[in-house]
Design a protein around this ligand. Structure first.
Ligand code: NAD
Length: 422
């Protein structure tokens, strides 16, 4: 049955995450107990906490923290503030973090957190109280050696700063490594801002070289123009030498065959809140962006953007998944059959968590690295991660996603076995 984006038939992200795990467990021929262990979260915490609002009333919010797997190190993963947050979304994202840290070979596990709240409807003081309230509620299971959160949808360095302060207040000592994505003044790392996009650009560069796609002077199309997508637009130009011919956001999509002026587009977005209405580009339908004749397509918005119907229209030889879970499984199969190389989310967007890891290392060692040093280390890590995944894909004749899961889950499985947990 064709997959649709209809609100009445949402794809449960955790069901998708578990199906991916089951497939990799089968290919790895994992013993049944280990396969059963790897498909479930190790620990989940659901909390309800009070938040005093500016008008004097008190709201009780629900939050989650899921530590999916910690066999290779402390859980690592962001905290989302979103009105539609669900435990299943958090579980799925925590699972993806586990494979993401493992595929890049970071000594970390995977986790994720969330609060059901719409931060756009909060004052700054209320946002601070939500951030502190969440840490009061879940802080007992966090820590530099236990579980290290980071920013995600609708949370930012300021939220991380409040969370750090609350955690340190409760502990009575400094603990900069308990959270990453902090402002530089509180121990944040250089190079965190564009790390996710930079990682995707590095992986795209390596994939293009391996699969004979010429990116220099080529065209890129980018769905989503937020943190990941906007930085990707810049780096597609500066690092890959491409021209960005189309971008979109929730309000609309714009295209220009000769290439968009990315800096002017960023300014337009700063002024109007959207890419829509940008002069010097024509408006296109959002789904049209996927069907453009480009060398690189970058879904950088939300889950389930590429359905089977959309996959059928894609012409790009390379798709770099900056978003988490943007391709539904049926679309994934279709793209593989069409010979399109999908650079899977757990590898293509692992630049963010890699620089988060660098931040944690710097905090724990008391060292401070320059931006150039961060960029060079990121490049080495992601280049070797891509090569390992590509080699496995070629040896076993698999899609890159399946291969990335095999590499990542193989590492987590080995850690579980060595610990004697199965
Ligand atoms: P963001 O909120 O900054 O940006 C999201 C963008 O997508 C916005 O421009 C929004 O308008 C657009 N968008 C939403 N729905 C859309 C639709 N249907 N069509 C077109 N555009 C749409 O978020 P972000 O931090 O850039 O994250 C984007 C994706 O990348 C998410 O899946 C996130 O999990 C993933 N990701 C981000 C990071 C990071 O470091 N920011 C790291 C890893 C993965």
């Amino acid at each position: 049955m064709p997959q649709t984006r209809s609100a009445t038939t949402p794809l449960n992200p955790f069901a998708i995450a578990q199906a991916q795990i089951d497939e990799a467990a089968r290919l790895l021929d994992l013993e049944p107990a280990l396969a059963a262990l790897l498909r479930e979260p190790r620990r989940e915490l659901v909390v309800h906490f009070p938040v005093r609002m500016d008008d004097g009333s008190t709201r009780v919010l629900t939050g989650f923290r899921v530590q999916f797997n910690t066999a290779r190190g402390p859980a690592k993963g962001g905290i989302r503030f979103h009105p539609d947050e669900t435990i299943d979304t958090v579980r799925a994202l925590a699972a993806w973090m586990t494979w993401k840290t493992a595929v890049v070979d970071l000594p970390l596990g995977g986790g994720k957190g969330g609060v059901i709240v719409d931060p756009r409807k909060l004052s700054k003081r209320e946002l601070e109280r939500v951030s502190r309230g969440y840490i009061d509620a879940v802080g007992g299971i966090l820590g530099p050696d236990e579980d290290v959160p980071a920013p995600d949808v609708y949370t930012d360095p300021q939220v991380m700063a409040w969370m750090l302060d609350e955690f340190e207040r409760l502990r009575g000592s400094h603990a900069a490594g308990m959270i990453t994505g902090k402002p530089i003044a509180l121990g944040g790392s250089a190079g965190r801002g564009d790390a996710t996009a930079r990682g995707a650009a590095i992986v795209a560069r390596e994939a293009a070289a391996r699969y004979g796609v010429t990116l220099g002077k080529g065209r890129a199309a980018i769905q989503g123009f937020g943190n990941a997508g906007a930085h990707m637009a810049r780096l597609a130009e500066s690092l890959l030498g491409m021209r960005v011919i189309a971008v979109s956001d929730t309000h609309g999509a714009v295209a220009r065959e000769q290439g968009l002026d990315v800096e002017a587009l960023l300014e337009h977005k700063r002024d109007t809140g959207s890419v829509k209405g940008f002069a010097g580009a024509k408006a296109i339908a959002p789904d049209e962006l996927f069907a453009l004749d480009v060398e690189l397509l970058c879904p950088s918005a939300l889950e389930n953007a590429i359905t089977a119907e959309i996959a059928a229209t894609i012409k790009a030889p390379l798709v770099a998944e900056l978003a988490n879970g943007p391709t539904v499984p049926e679309a994934d199969r279709l793209l593989y059959e069409k010979g399109i190389h999908v650079l899977p989310d757990i590898l293509a967007n692992a630049g963010g968590v890699t620089v988060s890891y660098f931040e944690w290392v710097q905090n724990r060692s008391g060292d401070v690295w320059t931006e150039d040093e961060v960029h060079a280390r990121l490049d080495r890590r992601l280049t070797s991660a891509f090569q390992r995944v590509a080699e496995t894909a070629e040896e076993r004749r698999l899609a890159l996603r399946t291969s990335a899961y095999l590499v990542a889950m193989g590492r987590v499985a080995e850690a579980e076995r060595l610990r004697g947990r199965v």
